[in-house]
Design a protein around this ligand. Structure first.
Ligand code: LLP
Length: 425
């Protein structure tokens, strides 16, 4: 997280003081480090270079056009889950020929849009979806490139709301089904089997699930080849964990150590769909204190960042480091411990829900009205999941590049929030 560091008690993003950005653009404000985005992408590109990887940046983690532009310029491809995400990639100038299209509910229009753009492959999640791809491809005189998404029944030990590779959740299919579908593809002139896909969950801090998955993938590729498929791709999805607390997030090379040998042994190319690994620690959410109060024996810091901005704490009980933008108290590595000069506080937002909080029982220095607060690790599934709940405009976003910065999304206006609603009078 070195792109976000305190210099003499004040938080900087690269060479720009964050408070200056908050004063210029207001709060809540997302502040991104371009250098972090590029460094993290390069770590993955380098770690997997031996298996000629296609890194499909997972657009869902952060779909801002400027972030997609940065990714495209640095040679990334994209993982999309909707026509909307594909549209964004095109608008950002991304190459569509290396796109992986995932998701359990692709519509005919989305399939057509993807085929028109010659994507690399659809990650197919069910037999009826395979049939639709075939039908739509036939109507366009095209061949639908597919990868079968396997549910490998591996427990990746993530939050129950973000696990995907366990039996019983809606994603993928078991091996028997994949084998049947592979036979179907062989007999279908409008389909071509390019690979297998597995996504195990998110975030995953241990390498063990990947090790198991790649081993299973290797076996399945062998079985598919024996059936007569010319199959060349293993797509292991995303899910690489990051440091939300201290430095618990492994480097991409740690995952590569267990993945690369299996992909090589299968004589395949590797596709990956990392989102959080690239964007997670690329941003902080800056908010401003409105009020403080003590009630029921508790200290509350009420600030203008809310669950409509960063939904992760409310939705997944997620932990985000949080610290004043300007303070004489040094931010400790482990902010969950007791800290001299700090008392525990709940940091809450203005939304009328008791799950509207950014942090609970968190040791914090004294805070006053107008102080700025930084919530760290906010780049993935932050602005991308933000909403207008309570009719709050979504925040502005700024991209910092060394000493320079650019507004990459302006704050919404109230008129924009209601722009699509029609009067019934
Ligand atoms: N590929 C597939 C098929 C996925 O379902 C996902 C995430 C990814 C790639 C990217 O995973 P990543 O590398 O970013 O971990 N909103 C939740 C996370 C939901 C993840 C959904 N799928 C959160 O805030 O933690």
């Amino acid at each position: 997280m070195s792109e976000f560091a305190y210099r003499e008690g004040e938080l900087y993003c690269e060479d720009v003081p964050v408070a200056r950005l908050a004063e210029e653009f207001g709060t809540p404000l997302w502040v991104y480090s371009k250098s972090h985005l590029l460094t993290r992408l390069k770590q993955i590109q380098d770690a997997f270079t031996d298996v000629d990887p296609v890194i499909c940046y997972s657009v869902k983690s952060n779909s801002n056009l400027s972030i997609l532009q940065v990714m495209a310029e640095a040679g990334s491809s994209f993982d999309v889950v909707s026509g909307g995400e594909l549209y964004r990639v095109k608008r950002a100038g991304g190459d569509t020929s290396k796109i992986a299209f995932a998701g359990v509910g692709k519509t005919d229009d989305e399939i057509r849009f993807a085929l028109d753009n010659e994507i690399l492959m659809f990650n197919v999640e069910s037999e009826p979806e395979l049939d639709r791809i075939s039908t739509v491809a036939a109507s366009m005189n095209k061949i639908g490139p597919v990868a079968l998404r396997l549910n490998p029944d591996i427990d990746a030990k993530t939050h129950q709301k973000t696990t995907t590779g366990k039996k019983g959740n809606k994603f993928g299919m078991d091996y028997e089904k994949a084998s049947q579908l592979a036979d179907k593809v062989l007999a279908d002139p409008n389909l071509e089997l390019r690979g297998i896909h597995m996504h195990l969950g998110s975030p995953i801090l241990s390498t063990e699930p990947y090790e198991k998955a790649v081993k299973r993938g290797q076996e399945i590729v062998g079985e598919m080849r024996a059936k007569g498929h010319d199959i060349n791709w293993i797509n292991l999805g995303g899910g690489f964990g990051i440091s939300y607390h201290t430095d618990e997030g492994p480097d991409a090379s740690v995952y590569a150590d267990v993945i690369v040998p299996g992909v090589k042994a299968a004589n395949c190319r590797l596709a990956l769909e990392p989102g959080r690994y690239i964007t997670g620690n690329s941003a902080v959410l800056i908010s401003q204190v409105l009020y403080t109060k003590h009630e029921g024996g508790k200290r509350f810091v009420i600030q203008d960042g809310a669950m409509n901005d960063l939904m992760r704490p409310a939705m997944y009980d997620a932990f985000h480091r949080l610290w004043p933008v300007k303070t004489n108290v040094e931010m400790p590595l482990d902010v969950e411990k007791e800290i001299a000069g700090c008392t525990p506080a709940d940091v809450v937002g203005p939304i009328c829900e008791s799950c509207d909080y950014l942090a609970k029982d968190r040791a914090l220095p004294p805070m006053e009205r107008d102080d700025y607060l930084a919530t760290f690790s906010a780049g993935a599934y932050g602005s991308a999941m933000s909403s207008n709940y309570n009719s709050r405009p979504r925040g502005a976003e700024v991209l910092v590049d060394e000493g320079e910065y650019r507004l990459i999304r302006r704050r919404e206006t109230l008129d924009e929030i209601i722009a699509h609603e029609l009067s019934c009078l």
